[in-house]
Design a protein around this ligand. Structure first.
Ligand code: ADP
Ligand code: MG
Length: 721
């Protein structure tokens, strides 16, 4: 009888979900069966044993083997590992990934998201005291560490997608390296990675163990181009490949990887044009969805969750998702059978020598291409099209992506490290940036008043650290309310985010000569002779008006504009307003100067110069195409899409790519000196030649002193003995 009782109890237990005290749903059993077949589930005992015996366990398995979904679930359900009342936390490099992962794990455990399983990142907090498993972004966990340096509420910390080496992941690893020592008796650390590059992690965490999980996946057929394709033809080529797959291949959705939003738009347009050449009866339905980081979460959900249209006349309907590298990891797009990979990605590179930051599309690594290919072949065989020749792939692509921290300007990173109470120069980086870069970053932060002379983070530095944007625009936004034009400046900053600092991205690429001429007229119309910053502001304002009157489509068409830019700026703008108004010790509010005032634009430019004072260049007196940057005397010229003539003496720019400046506006030198007198005085002392002369002239004009006095107060050499 005793035995019988046990059997009944355990069978009862298996139909009632102990986390909700309700019977399991039918979906629970379906998902359980699928989950149990995944490679990670099949090796779960060995994994849990390794985790219980070591402080740091490195789990390596191919994409789709169940690392993200199965391991956290198994750990949170394993009583001994959960370590009494401490929680389990899983980090993801992106918000979208945190969303997807938490939803999926909650579904598999048959619980409502926000109870047993929670999710937390900037702007979202669905975690309760009784939550046992938190899914967060790595930035969120870093922020938690600034409040609680030992992260003592957590008993298990799982870092997912560690091989991506985002700067936040790398900073978090530095922190965990120390916690692995100081909390070695009550903390388990698990590093999950998809590539075979495990040596780096193993050497970094002393005494860690590597657990490779052999995986089985379906056949993936990799195809290359016969001839290389020019970068400028990439959109057309990809669009025709999408159509070719659609017209000739079996059912299955298509996932396309491109470097940026501009290419997404032009591919969608080309595909739509291509489809129009066919009679409706001859082709199946084809729905294209863009997917990128600055979209609103509704738009992202749409791309992830939409199902393929039904077949028509026996021709399969298909869903195509055209994405930046955001779909590379963690977001699971179901039903994907074909991948089209441009083999390119956007990356930001910083050169401390001439203080130039370059966001550009460049070749991705082989590891990234493998990761992208791993998005198919999970539930059935797949085909991957790589947009280059096999030879170029083998010989020209680097093996592994360069960790983001090595190409960063380290400004935001130094703020984060300071917030953790640590020193950026001695922080135990897994990938150490050049000391020169760190020193330069600390210098710039001091100029911004983010750290004081003792190297401590100031209140202003704290505030800058709370904003999810670069230090320059953050400083600009903080001051904008005081200056009285925060409404305009937040719009410009949001537009700069949406265009990645290249205003040309607002427009669709002109195809004909007439369109080119028209584009020039449009740009002049929006910039009102006041430069690119004002153009961004006016484009957004006009878009808002069009939205309000329901004429957006005609407006975009008429002005050759890409709708994605103002839409994404709008989302960013709302998020920034919410964050700024919630800042402690800062009374930020939306204010604007009178738009009908004749000095309206000049006023806004003055406001912008508070955050861009290090991004000023002066024209050469003899060569009107040549500029010199004031911050470090580097030579620069206008990027191709900059259209200001005559060339102004002084300009403010947003991006400096090493030889070209983009997003350029004229600015009178007096404005600069009025807002930042000490900085300009110092700059003047550093320079010689025409930049020095120009600064002296402006300072003299502003202060009413004679140029000779400004020149250092030294009397002119006299003709005496
Ligand atoms: P890994 O982290 O190793 O790449 P995951 O745990 O993300 O693997 O995924 C394992 C499997 O679970 C995938 O192959 C997929 O079939 C399924 N899966 C994961 N997330 C979802 C989701 N949001 N919707 C549907 N299926 C999913
Ligand atoms: Mg994963």
């Amino acid at each position: 009888p005793h035995h019988r009782l046990l059997v009944t109890m355990s069978s009862q237990e298996s139909t009632i979900n102990p986390r909700t005290n309700k019977p399991y749903s039918a979906n629970y059993y379906t998902q359980l069966k699928l989950a149990q077949a995944l490679p990670v589930s099949q090796h779960i005992d060995a994994l849990l044993k390794a985790i219980s015996e070591n402080v740091v366990t490195i789990v390596v398995a191919d994409t789709g083997s169940g690392k993200t979904t199965q391991l956290p679930k198994a750990i949170v359900l394993s009583e001994p590992l959960r370590k009494s009342e401490r929680k389990v936390v899983v980090t993801q490099p992106r918000r979208l990934a945190a969303d997807g992962t938490s939803k999926r794990i909650a579904e598999e455990l048959d619980v409502e998201l926000g109870d047993f399983v929670g999710v937390k990142y900037r702007g979202i907090n669905r975690v309760k005291p009784e939550t046992r498993l938190e899914v967060v972004t790595d930035g969120t966990l870093l922020a938690a560490a600034t409040r609680d340096p030992t992260l003592c509420q957590y008993g298990v910390i799982i870092v997912d997608e560690a091989h991506q080496h985002t700067t936040d992941t790398d900073l978090l690893l530095g922190l965990l390296k120390e916690l692995a020592q100081s909390r070695k008796d009550d903390l388990k650390i698990i590093i999950m990675s998809a590539t075979i590059d495990t040596e780096r992690f193993k050497n970094y965490f002393a005494g860690s163990v590597v657990m490779p999980v052999p995986g089985k996946a379906h056949e993936v057929d990799i195809r290359y181009l016969k001839k290389p394709v020019e970068e400028s033809r990439m959109d057309v080529k990809i669009a025709s490949l999408i159509l070719q797959i659609h017209l000739t291949e079996d059912t299955g959705n298509i996932l396309v990887f491109v470097p940026g939003v501009g290419l997404i738009d032009s591919i969608i347009t080309s595909v739509a044009n291509g489809l129009r050449e066919y009679a409706v009866d001859d082709v199946g339905e084809l729905d294209c969805y863009p997917l990128y980081g600055t979209q609103s979460s509704e738009e992202q959900d749409l791309a992830v969750e939409a199902v393929a249209p039904a077949s028509r006349n026996g021709k399969p309907g298909r869903k195509v998702v055209i994405s930046t590298n955001i779909a590379e990891t963690s977001v699971t797009l179901t039903g994907m059978v074909y991948v089209v990979d441009s083999l390119m990605m956007k990356s930001k590179e910083w050169n401390p020598r001439n203080e130039s930051q370059w966001l550009r599309a460049k070749d991705c690594s082989k590891a990234t291409a493998k990761q992208r290919a791993g998005r198919v072949g999970r539930t059935r065989p797949g085909i991957v099209y790589r947009m280059c020749t096999q030879e170029a792939f083998e010989t020209q692509l680097i093996e592994h992506a360069v960790p983001a921290i090595l190409s960063s300007d380290m400004l935001s990173e130094c703020v984060s490290i300071k917030k953790l109470g640590r020193d950026p120069l001695t922080f135990p980086y897994i990938e150490r940036p050049a000391s020169e870069t760190i020193a330069k970053a600390l210098g710039i932060l001091q100029q911004f008043g983010a750290i004081n002379v003792k190297g401590e983070l100031t209140t202003r530095g704290e505030q800058i650290g709370r904003l999810p944007i670069d230090v320059y625009p953050a400083a600009m936004l903080l001051d904008s309310a005081r200056i009285g034009c925060s409404d305009e400046i937040i719009t410009i900053v949001s537009m700069l985010e949406a265009t990645e600092g290249i205003p040309g991205q607002c427009f669709v690429r002109p195809k004909t000569k007439e369109e080119k001429a028209k584009l020039q007229r449009v740009k002049r119309h929006f910039s009102c002779r006041s430069g690119d910053h004002i153009m961004l502001l006016n484009i957004y304002m006009a878009w808002r008006t069009a939205e309000a009157t329901g004429t957006t489509e005609a407006f975009l068409l008429e002005n050759l504009l890409a709708g994605s830019v103002p839409r994404s700026a709008h989302t960013t703008r709302m998020q920034l307003v919410a964050m700024l108004t919630a800042l402690p010790e800062h009374e930020w509010k939306l204010v604007n100067p009178d738009p009908s005032h004749p000095e309206y634009y000049a006023y806004i430019m003055k406001g912008l110069s508070t955050g861009s004072f290090t991004r000023i260049a002066k024209r050469d007196p003899f060569d009107l195409k040549r500029y010199t940057t004031v911050s470090c005397g580097a030579e620069a010229e206008f990027a191709l899409d900059v259209d200001i003539s005559p060339a102004p003496e002084w300009v403010m720019y947003h991006e400096f790519t090493g030889s070209q400046i983009s997003c350029v506006s004229p600015i009178p030198a007096e404005h600069l000196i009025a807002t930042m007198p000490e900085y300009w005085r110092e700059a003047e002392l550093k320079h010689h030649g025409h930049v020095k002369d120009g600064l002296i002239k402006a300072i003299a004009k502003m202060t009413g002193q004679s140029e000779a006095v400004v020149r250092g107060g030294m009397p002119k050499p006299s003709s005496a003995p």
